[in-house]
Design a protein around this ligand. Structure first.
Ligand code: CP3
Length: 352
């Protein structure tokens, strides 16, 4: 059915059996790899790296060449979307992302551009096309975006934040302004994800890193509602492309996330997969959920924790092994290699 050689990841998303649990790593192309640091140095800065298709392709392939992984993920960032909406993204060394023009007032929101993905974000689509060519159907390529809510928090705060006070002020003082911001981001994100699929992405993932700072009611209104619009739009236009939703710290909302019609749900390490599975009743695949901190441990500990995650999910073919969030920058790649080998060794027992 697929021309792809390694179909494990897509099989699980499509509810088909596999010989072992597929595995990829959130932030698998990143600073823990010396070859990534070397390429980033050559690029000069993160935006040049992400903005140059040949370099983005090179770093996307680095973890695929080094390890035996079951999927590649486009090297880019969730904040390319607000950058294209006119906010001016830059990275201050060691300080994370910043915007030159944060969005605070209804007027700022009105003035936002709605970029065309094949024009303002063409460098991303060119990277996707190049990566697909270079992967040569060895493993599938995941495209992604941030959730409208998570992207909005960066747009309103102008950077990362501890208490999100600008965003929360907007939420509780001018709800309709926040909704119009989220609608604009959603429209742009749908076009962006569709363009990635048209350029060759074979699965899509939406990262809702900050949905977990909301209340049950505001999560539904300001985060999940907009992810629902994305799932509906992609299912309508690209019915064969599976979508994964990941709300960090969203364990208690897994049943609602699964009901969106997405194909898989990412799970962080704050709950056991056994409980995540009970909450979602095998209606979706589950992706996760090793604590990224385990990779600082001994081999014996890594093995024990990999086994714990596999056992917690139990028998069945709807599990994609991953970390519960992105890999840390100070992890030794040798420990990553050991984790991968351990998943290969221990997971076939769960697929009899
Ligand atoms: O997973 C991958 O390998 C693909 C590439 C990818 C990056 N960012 C590259 C990156 C993906 C999928 C992202 C998503 C992303 N970006 C999220 C959602 C997922 C998550 O981790 O919660 C968020 C919130 C961002 C925003 C962002 N980008 C932050 C907060 C930072 C700086 C802090 C940090 O974690 O490093 C970035 C920069 C960034 N994006 C780096 C990488 C590899 C590090 C930049 C560097 O080389 O210094």
């Amino acid at each position: 059915m697929h021309s792809i050689k390694n179909t494990r990841f897509l099989n699980v998303l499509n509810n088909e059996p596999v010989d072992r649990t597929p595995l990829w790593i959130m932030r698998q192309a990143g600073r823990y790899l010396p070859e990534y640091l070397e390429t980033r140095k050559r690029a000069g800065d993160f935006m040049t790296l992400a903005g140059t298709p040949e370099l983005a392709c090179e770093v996307t392939l680095q973890p695929i060449k080094r390890f035996n992984l079951d999927a590649a993920i486009l090297f880019s960032d969730i904040l390319t979307v607000p950058d294209a909406m006119g906010l001016g993204l830059y990275f201050e060394a060691g300080e994370g992302p910043r915007f030159k023009h944060p969005v605070r007032t209804p007027k700022d929101i009105e003035n936002l551009a709605t970029p065309d993905p094949e024009t303002e974000l063409r460098y991303v689509m060119d990277a996707v096309r190049l990566i697909r060519r270079e992967l040569n159907d060895s493993v599938p390529l995941i495209g992604f975006s941030g959730s409208p809510w998570t992207v909005a928090t960066y747009m309103v705060e102008g950077s990362g934040s501890k208490d999100y006070h600008h965003t929360k002020r907007l939420m509780y003082a001018d709800e309709s302004a926040l909704h119009s911001l989220l609608s604009k981001i959603t429209t742009t994100t749908i076009a962006y994800l569709r363009a990635q699929a048209d350029a060759g992405a074979q699965a899509l993932m939406v990262f809702d890193t900050w949905g977990g700072i909301l209340t049950p009611r505001t999560y539904q209104l300001f985060s999940l509602g907009y992810m629902q619009q994305i799932v509906d739009a992609i299912r309508e236009s690209h019915s064969s492309i599976p979508i994964t939703l990941f709300t960090k710290n969203g364990g208690m909302w897994l049943p609602a996330i699964a009901r969106t019609g997405c194909h898989a749900v990412g799970v962080d390490w704050t709950l056991d997969l056994r409980d995540a599975r009970a909450l979602t009743q095998d209606t979706v695949a589950l992706q996760g959920n090793l604590d990224p901190g385990v990779l600082y441990g001994t081999h014996a500990k890594i093995r024990e924790e990999v086994q714990r995650v596999l056992e917690s999910y139990g028998a069945g073919h709807r599990h994609i092994f991953n970390l519960g969030h992105g890999i840390h920058q100070f992890v030794d790649p040798e420990n990553v290699q050991y984790m991968i080998e351990t998943v290969h060794e221990l997971s076939p027992a769960f697929h009899k």
